[in-house]
Design a binder for this molecule. Structure first.
Ligand code: 21W
Length: 234
């Protein structure tokens, strides 16, 4: 096959990224999976979700998943056995370990950035472990996890919302996921916009209870509009 044909074929092949989430609260991901842009990406088979309930791998008739820390101290830790068993049951979509990343969401992880989202978008498969309680037994981190991620310096109750933050930012970078909503949305992170600066945005009506849209935006003069937008970055 010639080089150009290879590129053209790559464009029409539907590349599907797989997300496996291990959590004690998998229901939290249901509307995330179902609704809006992420929901459409699932329907169009651009992404696939596997939700695994760690409780299913709990020990004994109470399906125990947590216990007290050795050495004493506050709170509970997620135990090794349910997590090692859960990971044995992750159906890996790819045999190539270089195309898969196993992530643990924890406040001790490295702070998440747009740069990290772009890196993760290159994998075929992300497996994301959501911590609860005070976190997981260190042996899980040592043996099963490739990378630990935090979403910032504030305290939450668990890793589920952080996992959604990471997946959301990765999913919108996948080819064909953003339609007209935001083929240009990357602009807001381009260097020209200094990371996050944007001009003000307005939609109809042009006059809402006396609050008017700037005349230049109604003028149809695209050069003037561009100039106004450059001068009004905030
Ligand atoms: C919060 C777990 C605090 C543990 C020593 C003993 C995942 C998160 C989380 C949580 C602690 C992320 C302490 C930003 C977050 C998460 C639950 C530690 C104090 N120190 N990104 N006990 N913020 N949070 N508790 O909270 O699982 S990614």
């Amino acid at each position: 096959m010639c080089f150009n044909c290879a590129i053209m074929n790559a464009d029409i092949v539907n590349i599907c990224m797989n997300f496996t989430v291990l959590s004690l609260f998998p229901e939290m991901f249901e509307s995330f999976q179902r609704d809006s842009i992420v929901g459409r990406a699932v329907k169009e088979e651009k992404i696939n979700f596997e939700l695994m309930n760690i409780r299913d791998f709990g020990i004994g008739k109470h399906r125990q998943v947590d216990d007290t820390p050795y050495g004493g101290g506050e709170g509970m830790l997620m135990m090794c056995e349910p997590l090692f068993t859960a990971f044995e049951n992750v159906e890996c979509k790819t045999k190539n370990v270089n195309k898969r990343r196993i992530i643990y969401m924890t406040p001790q992880g490295e702070s998440f950035t747009q740069q990290k989202a772009a890196e993760l978008a290159e994998y075929d498969e992300l497996v994301i472990l959501c911590g609860r309680y005070e976190g997981v037994d260190q042996r899980v981190r040592d043996e099963l996890i490739d990378e630990e991620i935090s979403i910032g310096d504030y305290v939450l109750t668990g890793g589920e919302i952080p996992a959604m933050v990471v997946m959301d930012s990765v999913i919108r970078l996948l080819p064909g996921v953003l339609g007209k909503e935001g083929s240009h949305v990357n602009d807001s992170f381009s260097e020209a916009f200094d990371g996050k600066r944007e001009h003000p945005h307005y939609t109809k009506p042009a006059d809402f209870n006396g609050m008017k849209v700037p005349d230049v935006l109604l003028s149809g003069n695209h050069a003037e509009i561009e100039k106004w937008r450059r001068e009004n970055l905030r």
